[in-house]
Design a binder for this molecule. Structure first.
Ligand SMILES: [Zn+2]
Length: 405
């Protein structure tokens, strides 16, 4: 019994959708329409619901006087995104609440649902803006952040009917006791291991670097090979060394996704190469070791090619473990339901890592067919969604049945 979930997924996919891909970005009419659509669905279920000053949709099933159990995900997408990343978490939460209402469940404490704004950060690079506002992070420095289409954030907000100065009013974390999020896996591990559902143990830590290697620009034909100081050759050594290190470590990932070579002539030895490294690990010790690994790979390659190095960290997010008691609860529900399940770390960032800094938080995954996501081809069929929805519903029933201290 999938209830309303299939119909809701279809309806939501039409908002900002072109029949194949979905495009819903922060402060655009498409995302606002999806948010208003969700507010309507929440009202239909008898919840109080509104869009808060940070653009989050917040629905409240008020009961008792304890801290709220919060469940949610996000409705925004990457460019040409799919129908399930974020949306499935929000709609599964909606379906769980619908089922609890349907069975006449009376929560002993508030049950809230959130669709956090701008999890992907597609338009302004303001990843997890909505959940950061919800937990009270100071985001004042983002006011003049300019979008990919050239609009400052504060102006885009004004055009959408919001006020940047009021964003701090979205902070309600003080009323929340714990957070649950269902999400598609966005990778192939569950499919490979034939898991119905997975308990997320933690969200990987990420280190980002900008690396500049400098050699000597020169003539491509007259400079002897042994005399060259080729910055791109050095960068290539770094890319391969990092990949090999990650392959042999097994529990880290490293990516170089962007490289600029100067001066960029087809008949010129590249004098400068600037590239960006994204290194991730879920294990805190591994995460700590990533910095030395990146610096060592760069240092060795630069020495081999006689290049000078400038290396600067661009961002650092430590690994975020999920709450052990909530992991246990989710695992117990999966076992009780007779599911084939396992434990996985998340290689992608999620709103849960923002919430986890303040309240007990946990996530469960359902499979992504072919491991594909951030693509119109991302797909999780109904029969692979249902176990996750059932576990989420059972977990919420349990969490809201007794007052948490
Ligand atoms: Zn997501």
């Amino acid at each position: 019994m999938t209830g309303m979930l299939d119909a809701w997924l279809d309806e939501l996919a039409l908002i900002g959708g072109n029949g194949r891909a979905v495009n819903r970005f922060a402060w655009t009419p498409e995302l606002l329409a999806a948010s208003r659509w969700l507010v309507q669905r929440l009202h239909e279920l008898g919840l109080e619901a509104e869009i808060d000053p940070a653009g989050n949709v917040l629905g409240r099933w008020q009961a008792g006087d304890g801290p709220a159990v919060l469940v949610g995900s996000h409705l925004d997408t990457v460019p040409e995104g799919g129908r399930f990343d974020g949306a499935l978490g929000v709609l599964s939460a909606l379906e769980a609440i619908r089922r609890l209402k349907d069975e006449g469940f009376e929560p002993a404490q508030p049950l809230w649902i959130a669709a956090f704004n701008d999890e992907e950060g597609t338009r302004f690079g303001t990843t997890m803006f909505g959940s950061a506002a919800f937990v009270g992070d100071d985001q004042a420095e983002l006011r003049d952040r300019v979008s990919t289409d050239g609009v400052p954030l504060s102006e885009a907000m004004r055009a959408a009917g919001f006020d940047f100065d009021l964003v701090p009013r979205a902070c309600l974390i003080g009323s929340v006791g714990c957070y649950l999020e269902l999400h598609i896996e966005q990778g192939p591990r569950m499919e490979l291991q034939r898991m119905d559902t997975a308990v997320v143990t933690g969200i990987v830590g990420v280190r980002g670097y900008r690396v500049e290697l400098r050699g000597e620009t020169n003539h491509a034909g007259t400079t002897p090979m042994e005399n060259r100081r080729d910055a791109l050759a050095g960068a290539s050594r770094v890319v391969l060394a990092l990949r090999d290190a990650a392959l042999s470590a097994g529990d880290i990932t490293v990516n170089v996704g962007r490289i600029d070579v100067q001066p960029g002539g087809t008949n010129v030895v590249p004098g400068t190469a600037v590239f960006f490294v994204d290194a991730r690990a879920a294990d805190p010790q591994r995460f700590a070791s990533l910095d030395a690994l990146v610096r060592e790979c760069v240092g060795t390659a630069a020495a081999q090619e006689r290049l000078t190095i400038e290396i600067s960290p661009t961002h650092e997010h430590p690994p975020t473990p999920m709450d052990p008691a909530l992991q246990q609860l989710l695992g117990d529900e999966m076992r009780a339901a007779g599911l084939t399940w396992g434990e996985l770390s998340s290689g992608a960032g999620h709103d849960a890592q923002v919430l986890a800094r303040h309240v007990a938080s946990a996530m469960l995954f359902v499979p992504s067919q072919g491991g594909i996501s951030h693509s119109p081809d991302e797909f999780t069929p109904s029969e692979q969604r249902e176990p996750g929805v059932a576990v989420l519903t059972a977990a919420l029933r349990k969490l809201c049945s007794t007052q948490r201290p």
